[in-house]
Design a protein around this ligand. Structure first.
Ligand code: ADP
Ligand code: MG
Length: 610
């Protein structure tokens, strides 16, 4: 795209603000420009802590001769045309302010030659005013030199720190970008001495070694990518269903990767927690809190881990135009981002680092690589096809017990709709799973929890028009009451969409050919009865609401019952799936799936606290 002046509307939408605070902010902007230009080699040269000289040389696509002057005008950018583009920014820059701002507070020169042009251009500016322009022979790319930064802004000069501090800001910044772009070769030179360089080989661990030393880099743990689902298709609207879906997918669509330190390696401050969102280095207190929370109880108070964490998510789910320096972003689904980070870190820690406390050996490994695929992939049906099949017998007394009210003193108010990452301790009464969270003990009703998990999985499949159904080996004939038969007959297509394939078989009899996979081994006759009962209750024929209710009932039938003994692996799978739910704390019928016993409440019960 050619460089052009942004329309006024866009310009005013981009909040005004100071871009250049200190030498490191100049380096940041110039690095971003070089990366946006597709550079593979970037050299940063600094003299006198950045006051005397800051130079960034790249081998990117260069600036066309006809656009070089324009590049220094305010709000001139080649990266954005309409206000609409702001909602899905793919480049690091987009505000068209950096060059203009930097030029206005320094003496600047640029030498650039664009790909495909024979001659380059040299430009000199003083305090933003064009001083000279000459054609010049140059390799493809851009070399931008900033001399005498703030020479015309004495107030700013006064606020600069010592050369050493300014250098350390710059060093930190360059190594951060090198970590984010391991395929780009970075070189940082301070007063003729190489301070840092990366190879550009694409190997992230090599960059870590350059930044932190070989020994430390070797000990860092690589985060497993937790979620890897296809990007969402439905855009959210006022439609509740669409919102549910989008929120649910947002959780699965955030890819988290990077490196973290094992608890034994830690620091006195949180400076070494580096977060990148879609390749952009960001400062985000909530996300760094998510990292810290994942280390909860593993680090001493006042100690912080090293973490280099990259979040990748759809551009339209992040607002990057929050701050003039673009160092802060806003998430459309902040909770999803928070829990994606927390979970990725926690899982890696529990899988790769030995867990303290009292976890029995075979259960402590819950960061399992054998995690089931996300629910909407074709082989999602882990519960139905997998270990949690419906037991032949149900213990009704236990199920009743599961629903009995609990003494109010135990029931702490549930703090948030989300559940934190839980560590499964075991099963009690063949009906409840006991788990530990950062904030106390959780008692999970396995039946209600499984109902919730199946329900959300079913709705996701339904929305993706991909309800998994399972053909019966032999079609089964079901006879239904006459009035229901007429209704059923008129709804065969709608039923097929939720996984029931039925065929009229004369009279009031239907042949069941397949059932939704979630129904597992439920007797087909009983399954069809569930459907028919629902028709009888409400004749608004499979309106969305009825369908949701029907699905809820189907899930109730399919869910694991109280009285069934679950293996440790089954318990963990169930809890992991529950954590991913949008409404994990209630079953589809509104009953609670869990009781939370906070540490505080326990202490009160034991009389340790008044
Ligand atoms: P922004 O990056 O927000 O577009 P800048 O003021 O940083 O705004 O840069 C203005 C324009 O100059 C960019 O849009 C780009 O077209 C061009 N430009 C700046 N630096 C470089 C570079 N190193 N290589 C190629 N083009 C560049
Ligand atoms: Mg820029």
């Amino acid at each position: 795209m050619p460089i052009r002046i942004l329309p006024d509307a866009v310009a005013s939408q981009i909040a005004a603000g100071e871009v250049v605070e200190r030498p490191a902010s100049v380096v940041k902007e110039l690095l971003e420009n070089a990366l946006d230009a597709g550079a593979r080699n970037i050299t940063v040269t600094v003299e006198g802590g950045g006051r005397a000289l800051l130079r960034v040389a790249d081998d990117g696509q260069g600036i066309p001769a006809g656009e070089v002057v324009l590049a220094f005008a305010r709000h001139a950018t080649s990266k954005l045309t309409t206000a609409d583009d702001l909602s899905h920014v793919q480049t690091l820059g987009f505000r068209g302010e950096a060059l203009a701002s930097i030029a206005s507070v320094s003496r600047l020169s640029v030498v650039t030659r664009a790909a495909g042009e024979g001659v380059g251009t040299q430009l000199r500016l003083e305090g933003g005013a064009l001083a000279a322009r000459t054609p010049i022979g140059a390799p493809q790319g851009t070399v931008l030199s900033v001399e005498n930064l703030f020479y015309n802004v004495p107030a700013r000069l006064k606020f600069l720190k010592s050369e050493t501090s300014e250098r350390s800001y710059i060093a930190q910044l360059v190594s951060r970008y090198a970590l984010a772009y391991p395929q780009v070769r970075f070189r940082l030179v301070f007063d003729n001495r190489i301070n840092f360089q990366s190879t550009g080989s694409g190997d992230a661990r090599e960059v870590l070694a350059a930044a932190y030393g070989v020994e430390l880099a070797r000990q860092l743990l690589e985060l497993g990518s937790v979620y890897d689902a296809p990007p969402p298709t439905a855009a959210p609207s006022d439609d509740e269903e669409a919102l549910f879906l989008h929120e649910r997918r947002a959780r699965d669509v955030i890819d988290v990767h990077g490196f973290i330190s094992p608890p034994a390696i830690n620091r006195a401050n949180r400076r070494d927690i580096a977060l990148f969102v879609n390749g952009r280095w960001v400062q985000d207190i909530r996300l760094s809190t998510a990292v810290l929370q994942a280390y909860h109880t593993m680090l001493m108070v006042g100690r912080y881990p090293i973490a280099v964490i990259h979040l990748t998510l759809p551009a339209e789910d992040v607002d990057v135009n929050v701050h003039p320096t673009k160092a802060e972003v806003r998430f459309r689904y902040p909770d999803a981002a928070f829990s994606a980070v927390e979970r990725a870190v926690r899982r890696t820690l529990t899988a790769l680092a030995p867990v303290p406390h009292f976890a029995p050996r075979q259960w402590s490994q819950d960061g399992d690589p054998s995690r089931p695929a996300p629910d909407w992939s074709p082989d999602w049906g882990v519960f139905a096809a997998g270990p949690l099949a419906i037991p032949a017998t149900v213990a009704p007394n236990l199920e009743a017990a599961a629903q009995a009210p609990l003494p109010p003193v135990v029931q702490a108010p549930l703090p948030a709709p989300d559940v934190p990452l839980l560590r499964v301790i075991g099963q009690v009464g063949a009906a409840y799973i006991v788990a530990e969270g950062p904030d106390g003990l959780y008692l999970i009703d396995q039946h209600a929890a499984h109902e919730r998990v199946l329900y959300e999985a079913y709705r996701l499949q339904r929305a993706a028009a991909y309800v998994v159904s399972q053909a019966l080996l032999e079609p089964v004939a079901v006879e239904v009451p006459a009035d229901a038969a007429a209704l059923l007959d008129s709804q065969l297509e709608a039923l097929r969409q939720i996984g029931f394939s039925l065929e009229p078989f004369g009279g009031n009899t239907f042949l069941v050919r397949s059932l939704p996979t979630v129904l597992g081994r439920v007797d087909p006759v009983r399954a069809v009865r569930v459907v028919v009962e629902d028709f009888e209750e409400d004749e608004t024929l499979l309106a969305a609401e009825v369908e949701a209710r029907l699905i809820a009932r189907v899930c109730k039938r399919a869910a694991v019952k109280a009285g069934q003994v679950l293996s440790p692996a089954e318990q963990i799978t169930l809890v992991r799936e529950l954590e991913k739910c949008v409404s994990p704390r209630t079953c589809p019928h509104g009953r609670p799936t869990m009781i939370h016993l906070s540490v505080d409440a326990v202490e009160r019960q034991f009389g340790r606290k008044g």
